[in-house]
Design a protein around this ligand. Sequence first.
Ligand code: DPP
Ligand code: ZN
Length: 873
Amino acid sequence: PRSVRLSEYRPPDYLIDQVDLDVVLDGDKTLVTSVLEIRPNPEGRSNVPLVLDGDEITLAGPPLLDNDELTPEAYVETPQALRIHMPPKRAFSLKITTKLDPAKNTKLMGLYRSGAAYCTQCEAEGFRRITYFIDRPDVLSTYRVRIEAGRKEAPVLLSNGNPVEAGLLPNGRHYAVWDDPWPKPCYLFALVGGDLGVVRDSFVTVSGRHVGLAIYVEHGKEDRASYAMDALKRSMKWDEDVFGREYDLQVFNIVAVSDFNMGAMENKGLNVFNDKYVLASGDTATDGDYAGIEAVIAHEYFHNWTGNRITCRDWFQLCLKEGLTVFRDQEFTADMRSRPVERISDVRGLRAIQFVEDAGPFAHPVRPDTYREINNFYTATVYEKGAEVIRMLQALIGRDAFRLGMEFYFSRHDGRAATIEEFIACFADASATDLSQFLLWYSQAGTPEVAATSSWDEDTGTYTLNLLQTVPKTPGQDIKKPMVIPLAFGLLGMDGEDLPIGGDNAESGLIVLNKAEHSFAFRGLNSRPVLSINRTFSAPVKLTTDLTENDLFFLARYDSDPFNRWQALQTAALRVLIRSVHAVRGGNRPLNDPRLAEAFASAIADPEIDPALLAQLLALPSETDIAREIGNDVDPDAIYAARIGLKRALARFVRGALADLYRGLVNDGPYSPDARAAGRRALRATALDLICAEQDDASAMLAFAHYSAANNMTDRMSGLAVLSGIDRPERDQAFADFYKRHKGDALVLDKWLSLQAVIPEAGTLDRVRRLMKHEAFSMANPNRVRALIGAFAASNPTQFNRADGAGFDFLADIVIDLDPKNPQVAARLLGAFRSWRALEPGRRGRAEFALKRIAATDKLSPDVSDLVIRALA
Ligand code: DPP
Ligand code: ZN
């Protein structure tokens, strides 16, 4: 595939002001007639052909220009484009009809069928699969959409904007007309027609306007949509309160579908959701699912301003809407739940995926400058690191200037397609700061490394902190400039209290590192302080310090920043784990550190720590965390052995306290998904997991009892998750029981598939192969594929990375098989190879072999071929 480059951006030669669509939904005879009001763009080139994008579509007849049929010489049609050689030099209208067969559309891009509905997905380049169009985000149009369908087959007909008309037609058919007054790029177009149940509610905006809210779901699932509706209303209110953003249409509709490539889509006034992020009840969804629904509902709603009212000039600017909107949804969750716990879980996710991406062959800047396939750039770097960049901006210029900058952004760019430079200029103006160095966060890939060392001068009471930053090489970027890195910090005195800080960074508690190397002196101290730095994870960097283990345990106990209490324990545990991995590879037993166990014990005994935070404190770094820290010559089996060894040793040491915790947290009341109750369940599950670390008969019995006694899905899953790691008869008994309880409920069975796929045992690959033939599985549904195969590849480090290469071969076969049907999902699976070069030589060779086999396959999609090229580069 050809590369597109940011540096080659040119404004469009033509603009489309108005789109009138007439969509006749009728199985394989579906017709889309589009009337486009087109004019030459004064900022584009003149006298050039008009080229409309297409993808696997054909015209039903010749186009009409101002109502006259074009002659065959006047245009040329291919499946990828409709070119009109000499369009008028004035405004004109163009009428095009395309014929579609939605049921045959397995890529789930464009217009397709999901269950009882016709639905659409257009981001990034799906609209061109519906009709020929200038499919780029800087072409903004108002839309009027008429949809016609059978009344029985599709009683519900929805599109963007406001409903303006509906009526009956002969032959059992009917129609509806929608009008969207807000100009939008075509990637925000949506249409749904189907037989769906609905839940309705309403919201009154801050200025008193009434908005009708509706969530459409499969019939019979209406009662599972109430939490999503509640989250929607809270999101609408929060965006008014915190960002002054009011909703701008008479209705807001959400449709849940079961076949969806992504999590959800922010189409103007008509969000289409993967049903996984809508449907929840205490019996079918875990606390984690509820939190996911709340976050995704908020995210898509927040796009109404950050993404829809102000969109991206081109796809290189994707982080303009995504990084900012992730930041906004993270802030929403922090306000709704526990801020420190939200921060910890966001950082865990960032490190587990984005840091790994940044350190491997798929590394790219937050704003990429070239791509072969844009679908491959909906990444953790664009989203999650993109959100971190916004968070740093706020830390650097302060909350007030940040809010003012957002106001500038909303007022200057409303109704337009913007760039990162325009966005950043709003904050430079709001804070009277030069942010040109800050822009490096958008252009330089790789996770910056900051090394902090210190010295102490007893005579003068001066503590000196030396900071050194380096940004590692990434593909295509060998040389890096120093970045601007905001590091929130404090100095703890011997009593564990924060010292009043004198000297260079007195008032702010923030060090801004903007050179390769810098020293900061703090004077007038009575004793050597303990440094707490990168508090709240104020910068997404890899930090190394000269803190001793004793310093870390001190911080774990006393730091006023809960994030750094957690971080200190993680760092201490990681140090032990890495030493232990070396020991295991040298043929020795896994290591332990009694001081870590003491730290666990004192955290458990600390009444100030709430259950949700304690659950985080007691969770050891993941296998991925350990692998990332080791960096190369990675042996996943040694990592697994080191981690389970440490877990067992810690659990033995705090056994009594864990048992008390476990008993004390039991709750027989009715299920409520609120954060407090969820925190208690999370802690109880963590205690169970530690108590059962021995994976012996007693563990199996306890986990089975936990599973059986559960009166909600969260507890049932925590029991089953622990059991899944214990090779005892209770395990398969529980899996069988779970299947019986939830047979036919695909979303719930996804959990069942995933848990079996992540069992760290040699038999798992065969189990996964068997499950692919199970009635609960289907290769045609993205959620099923991700639940079984995605979980195996991304979340089972020992078995995906089997030493014999069978895991890699398996994934390669799947990718090759799935690619022609659904390239986006196939390409996603390849993400599992994001750190293949870091493996020890044997596994590395086998991974390379599998990747080369994919690369040698005929007719790969641009999605898959782009990734294998980069993986092997
Ligand atoms: N729907 C995806 C998201 O909201 C892509 N825009 O992130
Ligand atoms: Zn988004």
